[in-house]
Design a protein around this ligand. Structure first.
Ligand code: NAD
Length: 433
């Protein structure tokens, strides 16, 4: 399309019918990156719109005798760089707009992580905690039957997300294998006994630790010298803390939903993890003093790791932070206004789309192992993860340098993602004839 014909078209609306926080951020940075790259409308449209959306109805008679009709979704956003890849979410709020937004984020994340996948997402609008295990299994297997025709180990690969687990990935694999033959590569995040990768559970948190290691090195510092505060001590926060402590960093404060603890000379992370396994929270850990939420935010530290929920670092929280590096372990923890404030103050913000890619990187390793029918050692997985994370850090920083070195890492990461996906799309050609 020429510049003239492109100019005659109405701009592609990059907003959806329903706003979600994820979509608002994805939209804003998609638009900003597309603007910076000077993409014409047809290229924006190619990158923005999903390639395929499937919505299915799943009527189930529950063990209680009640009949429910659930809606299931699978959105394949962009498959230019490889098979579609993305999680399956079970949550009452799931709808086509949320799934669409999350699918596009997977396209950008796989491109930034440089794993050979496109982006997808799936979901069912159910509350899994209200269902008996047998009903959940029926729902999961019926969903697989209904969407199976668009899946495949070289077409579209699922993984766990909010409300789904390794066990459910086992059911999905089994259901698919009934009609198609044994196919572990159809889904990642499986139990290790079914072909899941060693090191998958810790991958996102360890990736956060390796990313911070790279940023520290870049700033002429050793990660072992850093004082770290973490918000959230679940899967991501706990493994990030363990990874950082293993490299000598001092974990000075940790918060979860029930409270926060602080120790100027550093918390004993192993003892803290053992305490959480027993008490279900960091609160009451005898190896540190209890502090208030505001004290956690304002504690003296070099790096702060939000690893809890989205939107927790708003402008009020950002004003209190005293770190020089903020590493987003969680998805979307920093509001755009808070990020602007932090950047103004010279804080290095390492965004979610590069900081928490460890999970999708090791999902890719799982898929590769399944295709090879071979299992790598935990050390092998960890070493490869560390190398990949270093490459992601380097690539995003290089992109920022190309763009003049003044943009945020988030904008540079989106620019990198859009360029990589667009290059692949163009190389594959616009028409199959
Ligand atoms: P999780 O449920 O295991 O842990 C969440 C933690 O946050 C818990 O410690 C919880 O107590 C804490 N928390 C909840 N509300 C809080 C509050 N108000 N104040 C302080 N702490 C609070 O979840 P997770 O798997 O660790 O995921 C955390 C974030 O990372 C989410 O945004 C998730 O989307 C993102 N993420 C996770 C993965 C993964 O592989 N698990 C991958 C990429 C991104």
């Amino acid at each position: 399309m020429t510049a003239e014909s492109s100019a005659m078209r109405a701009p592609v609306p990059a907003t959806a019918e329903r706003e979600s926080p994820e979509l608002a951020i994805a939209t804003a940075f998609f638009d900003a990156a597309a603007e910076r790259l000077g993409l014409p409308d047809h290229e924006r449209e190619l990158l923005w719109r999903p390639e395929l959306e499937l919505e299915v109805r799943i009527p189930i008679e529950l063990r209680s005798g009640v009949v429910r009709v659930y809606s299931g979704f699978r959105v394949q956003h962009n498959g230019s760089r490889g098979p579609f890849k993305g999680g399956l979410r079970f949550h009452p709020d799931v709808d086509r707009w949320e799934v669409r937004a999350l699918a596009s984020l997977m396209t950008w994340k796989t491109a930034i992580a440089s794993v050979p996948y496109g982006g997808a997402k799936g979901g069912i609008d159910c509350a899994p905690e209200e269902l008996e295990t047998a009903d959940l299994e029926t729902l999961t297997r019926t969903y697989m039957n209904k969407v199976e025709s668009i899946l495949g180990a070289t077409r579209d690969i699922m993984a766990p997300d909010v409300g789904t687990s390794a066990r459910m990935m086992g059911w999905l694999m089994d259901q698919y294998s009934i009609s198609r033959g044994f196919e572990p590569a159809i889904v990642t995040g499986k139990p290790v006994e079914l072909g899941g990768s060693l090191g998958r559970e810790s991958a996102t948190g360890r990736g956060v630790a390796y990313m911070l290691e790279c940023a520290a090195k870049d700033a002429g510092r050793d990660v072992g010298e850093l004082r770290i505060a973490l918000q959230g001590y679940g899967n991501v926060g706990r493994w990030a803390a363990e990874g950082l402590a293993a490299r000598g960093a001092r974990i000075v404060a940790v918060e979860d939903a029930a409270g926060a603890v602080h120790a100027e000379h550093g918390l004993d992370v192993r003892a803290l993890t053992a305490h959480v396994a027993e008490a279900g929270t960091v609160a009451g850990f005898p190896g540190g003093e209890r502090i208030a939420h505001e004290e956690l935010l304002a504690c003296a530290c070099d790096a702060f790791v939000p690893a809890a929920l989205g939107g927790m670092i708003d402008e009020d929280a950002a004003r209190l932070l005293r770190c020089s590096i903020l590493v987003e372990g969680a998805n979307g923890p920093t509001t755009p206004a808070a990020e602007a404030d932090l950047l103004d103050r010279g804080v290095l913000v390492i965004p979610d789309v590069m900081a928490n890619v460890g999970g999708v990187v090791v999902s890719y390793f799982e898929w590769v192992q399944n295709l090879q029918h071979f299992q790598w050692s935990a050390e092998d997985v960890d070493q490869r993860l560390r190398e990949r994370i270093a490459a992601v850090y380097h690539d995003v920083c290089a992109q920022r340098a190309v763009a003049g070195g003044t943009s945020s890492l988030r904008l540079a990461a989106y620019e990198l993602a859009l360029s990589r996906v667009l290059t692949a799309a163009k190389q594959r050609g616009y028409t199959s004839g």
